[in-house]
Design a protein around this ligand. Structure first.
Ligand code: KG4
Ligand code: ZN
Length: 343
């Protein structure tokens, strides 16, 4: 089985070819850093236009790398949401056109399912159900991954996502964009105990996350002018790690006999996050699974792989499947108490 996957939900345009037996034959990616840097964040309209220009050359490049043509592909998978709607539409419409032209089935992939199943692409031994900490720029959730399309959300953020907190803190500290890797580099040069920062919701019986207060505390620490950006970055990163670990520990108590503790999403590329989760899993006698860094941040291999899992399960979509700005993995999950408008 050979799946072509497309990704365009945020600020990375990507195309990949992945087989049903987990071989990544090709993956190409074009970032948009230069286009968004002057604005200090992703501008949706600029992102959508950049996807239009980048996508087809990436598809052709990936097929050339793999030495295959559309005829060899069994299905075409694309992110259909959630994300910036203009970008999602670019990838989805492209996938529909390719599917129609080549007479191939189409698989509409939830971007979060791409992240959620990416650890199974990296590790053939990872079996359902597993407890997943999904930490990206747009989401911060704890999920029981019970099977393809079968998710139970145990926790979500009531305000900002963890990656968003990294990005906003980087902006405040003048470390540049994208913020996560910049904060991690600065943190390596600082003292994580230098600046007292809050750990929102740590110790709470409510299962959820909150990062807005931490973000504001970073702003206040910066404005106070006492500590270096490196010390604030290191202290901030430690506070995020402490929050993630505390909330994940609670979820481990509530999860139904997971086979492993798993992390995915852009923030999972962070070495401090991975290190702390490794220790937490060991305390619970669970294997710890984290995809390599490039598979944690947005890419098309994870979309192709989620497409492969869905296709193998007989799940394809009609050509009028819509793009969705919002698309929860667990539609039955109740809104977190105290949550703002972000879901
Ligand atoms: O999964 P992703 O590529 O895109 C979304 O679906 O959101 O995640 C991007 C997020 C950004 O907020 C970025 O700052 C963060 O992941 N990130 C990191 C690191 N690399 C990326 N955060 C902390 N440390 C990193 N090394
Ligand atoms: Zn993502």
């Amino acid at each position: 089985m050979l799946i072509l996957g497309l990704e365009s939900s945020c600020d990375e345009t990507a195309a990949a070819l992945v087989t049903g037996d987990r071989r990544i034959l090709a993956h190409r990616l074009a970032g948009q850093e230069a286009a968004h840097t002057p604005y200090g964040g992703v501008v949706p309209e600029i992102a959508a236009r950049a996807h239009v220009e980048a996508l087809m050359p990436l598809v052709e490049g990936a097929m050339a790398d793999a030495g295959v043509s559309l005829r060899d592909v069994d299905a075409i998978a694309a992110t259909a949401g959630p994300g910036l709607i203009g970008g999602v539409m670019v990838g989805l419409v492209t996938a529909k056109a390719l599917a129609l032209a080549a007479g191939k089935p189409m698989v509409a992939v939830n971007h979060l399912e791409g992240h959620a199943l990416s650890p199974r692409l990296a590790d053939p031994d990872l079996a359902y159900p597993y407890l997943l900490l999904l930490v990206s720029g747009g989401h911060c959730q704890l999920l029981e991954v019970r099977g393809v399309g079968d998710y139970r959300r145990l926790a979500t953020t009531i305000d900002d996502a963890a990656g968003e907190a990294f990005d906003k803190s980087a902006k405040v500290l003048g470390l540049g964009f994208p913020g996560g890797p910049a904060v991690e580099r600065a943190a390596a040069l600082g003292d994580p105990r230098a600046v007292p920062l809050p750990r929102p919701l740590v110790g709470s019986g409510e299962p959820h996350f909150s990062f807005a207060g931490l973000k504001s505390a970073v702003l206040r620490a910066h404005e106070a002018g006492i500590h270096s950006a490196e010390d604030i970055a290191a202290s901030f990163q430690q506070a995020v790690v402490d929050c993630l670990i505390d909330r994940t520990r609670l979820a481990l108590r509530r999860a139904d006999r997971p086979t492993a503790l798993v992390v995915a999403g852009g923030v999972a590329a962070n070495a401090a996050v991975r290190g702390a989760l490794t220790a937490l899993a060991a305390q619970h006698d669970l294997p710890f699974v984290a995809p390599p860094g490039w598979l944690c941040t947005d890419n098309a291999a994870m979309i192709a792989w989620a497409g492969a899992e869905r296709f193998a399960a007989g799940l394809t979509d009609p050509l009028d499947v819509p793009a969705r700005a919002r698309w929860p993995l667990d539609p039955t999950a109740e809104k977190a108490r105290g949550a703002g408008v972000k879901a």
